[in-house]
Design a protein around this ligand. Structure first.
Ligand code: NAD
Length: 487
């Protein structure tokens, strides 16, 4: 049994015990055994963290972008050096396969720090010519203290995706990881200090909704960036409105993946698997509604089922494992409940969908349904588990209407060998991120985020800079003041 060290807060450059000495214990999803004790933050802890972040603001913002960028780049190098150790902790904390965390999670966090380390020196305003006697300039300034609130599916990646652009722009941050996965945020904070980040620029408050609510309500916080469920997003936006905070919302989805009859079958099957079974299906952008051209349906389902049957479910620390454990017993039961509902409501279960036999943790066999009805619960709701619903279609207009018939709009994918159709379809899809002939690829250079109820704002790419800065307009007079009043 692996029991990790306590996870306190990290405030003003050092670990900090919770003011009220309240703690909670997380469980290892793969075994159900206790994993780590984490501080249960409250308003007093949030006050301390916001005070440290406010104190650090002026000096951090006064550094040049290149100086800030150098520190972020150093942090990226340290993250990469510590990849294997952090990947192991991430796997223990989340239940996801080490085969993923060792090549994706830490690497994606490092990519982000490196990218914004490079971008920091070129963040700039604008100069506007107003004739010979005046000009204007627009300063791009940091917002101040930003709050980051994370989900549990990609803990270190989410922390880095929020911290890197915020810090590059000269803001400071208080980050609250999900109470389900408290283990790696403190390591990121330590790495920042090792990289030369001044104390107080990046702080971590552990805890659950109580700490999150205190952060969102805090008058010293200028912006909240959330990764979480749509319902949480609504509550946080409403609470942030009390003090008119900026918000970025990275929320849930029920994204469509459309496979036309002329698609490359092997690639389409690979993408559908990646779009549903990676991290046990606990990925916000997953393409869980797989629309397949009726002509291709039988061949597609056969190939998909044959490959899905080969997936190895089990110990996430085993490098051979493809499918790990769901985050909690409650979530496992919720996912199994959706699968039962799919069967009851008349969808055809092709493969999987049971509790994985002989394992103590919260494992579910990847499930594939074929359904004719877009109105079924499994066709409509975000399940956030390894459950794919295949929905046959007959023509392009029909499939686009069905793909867009959802309140979500995070992502979408199209598989076809017809170039014109690919771009025509993407143009009509209501989604923040689209993939043509691939799925779930999120390079740091490209903006990521949703439309409709999947979110507001963007992470990654230079677009993120817009969401972590504000503009100051300056008019400069070079001549006399033109005044209509008598001298
Ligand atoms: P969640 O909404 O339950 O929790 C997210 C975070 O919000 C946690 O840290 C939680 O403590 C905090 N929180 C909850 N209520 C709060 C409140 N009222 N005020 C302040 N903070 C509060 O989400 P989750 O279960 O951790 O994550 C799964 C969800 O996240 C899924 O819906 C998934 O689609 C979404 N997600 C989205 C993205 C994206 O980038 N779009 C990425 C990953 C996950």
């Amino acid at each position: 049994m692996t029991q990790l060290a306590d996870q306190p807060h990290f405030i003003d450059g050092a670990a900090r015990q919770p003011t009220a000495d309240r703690w909670f214990t997380t469980l290892n999803p793969a075994t159900g055994a206790p994993l780590a004790r984490a501080a249960r933050g409250d308003a007093a802890d949030v006050d301390a963290a916001v005070a440290a972040a406010s104190q650090a603001c002026e000096a951090w913002a006064a550094m040049t972008g290149a100086e800030r960028g150098r520190i972020l780049t150093r942090a990226a190098h340290i993250l990469r050096e510590r990849n294997d150790e952090i990947a192991r902790l991430e796997t223990l904390d989340t239940g996801k396969p080490i085969a993923e965390s060792s090549v994706v999670d830490v690497a994606s966090a490092a990519d982000c720090l490196e990218y914004f380390g490079g971008v920091a020196g070129s963040i700039a305003g604008q100069q506007v010519d107003l004739g010979p006697n005046a000009f204007g300039y627009v300063r791009r300034e940091p917002l101040g203290v930003c709050a980051g609130i994370g989900a549990w599916n990609y803990p270190i990646q989410i922390a880095a995706w929020k911290a890197a652009p915020a810090l590059a722009c000269g803001n400071t941050m208080v980050f609250k990881p999900s109470e389900m996965t408290p283990v790696t945020a403190g390591i990121l904070a330590e790495i920042f200090i090792d990289a030369g980040l001044p104390p107080g620029v990046f702080n971590v408050v552990q805890g659950d909704r109580e700490a999150g609510q205190a952060l969102v309500a805090h008058p010293g916080v200028a912006k909240v960036s959330l990764t979480g469920e749509v319902g949480t997003g609504r509550k946080i936006m409403a609470a942030a409105a009390e003090t008119l905070k900026h918000v970025t919302m990275e929320l849930g989805g029920k994204s469509p993946l459309i496979i036309f009859a002329d698609a490359d079958l092997d690639n389409a099957v690979s993408a559908a698997m990646m779009a549903n079974f990676y991290t046990q299906g606990e990925v916000c952008s997953n393409g869980t509604r797989v629309f397949v051209a009726r002509d291709l349906l039988d061949r597609f389902v056969e190939a998909l089922a044959a490959r899905t049957a080969k997936l190895k479910i089990g110990d996430p620390l085993d490098p051979e494992t493809h499918v790990g454990a769901l985050i909690s017993e409650e979530h496992r039961d919720r996912v199994l409940g959706f699968i039962d509902q799919g069967v009851t409501e008349g969808a055809r279960l092709v493969i999987g969908g049971r509790r994985a036999a002989g394992l103590d943790g919260w494992f579910v066999e990847p499930a594939i349904f074929v359904a004719e009805d877009d109105g079924l619960t499994i066709s409509r709701d975000e399940i956030f588990g390894p459950v794919m619903t295949i929905l046959p279609f007959d023509d392009e207009d029909e499939v686009l209407a069905r793909a867009n018939a959802t309140e979500f709009g995070l992502a979408a994918g199209v598989f076809t060998s017809d170039l014109a159709r690919a771009h025509r379809t993407v143009r009509r899809l209501q989604a923040g991120v689209c993939w043509i002939n691939n799925y779930n690829i999120t390079p740091i250079e490209l903006p990521f985020g949703g439309v409709k109820q999947s979110g507001l704002g963007r992470e990654n790419g230079t677009a993120a800079i817009e969401h972590y800065t504000q503009l100051k307009t300056v008019y400069v007079e070079l001549g006399d003041v033109d005044c209509p009043y008598p001298a």
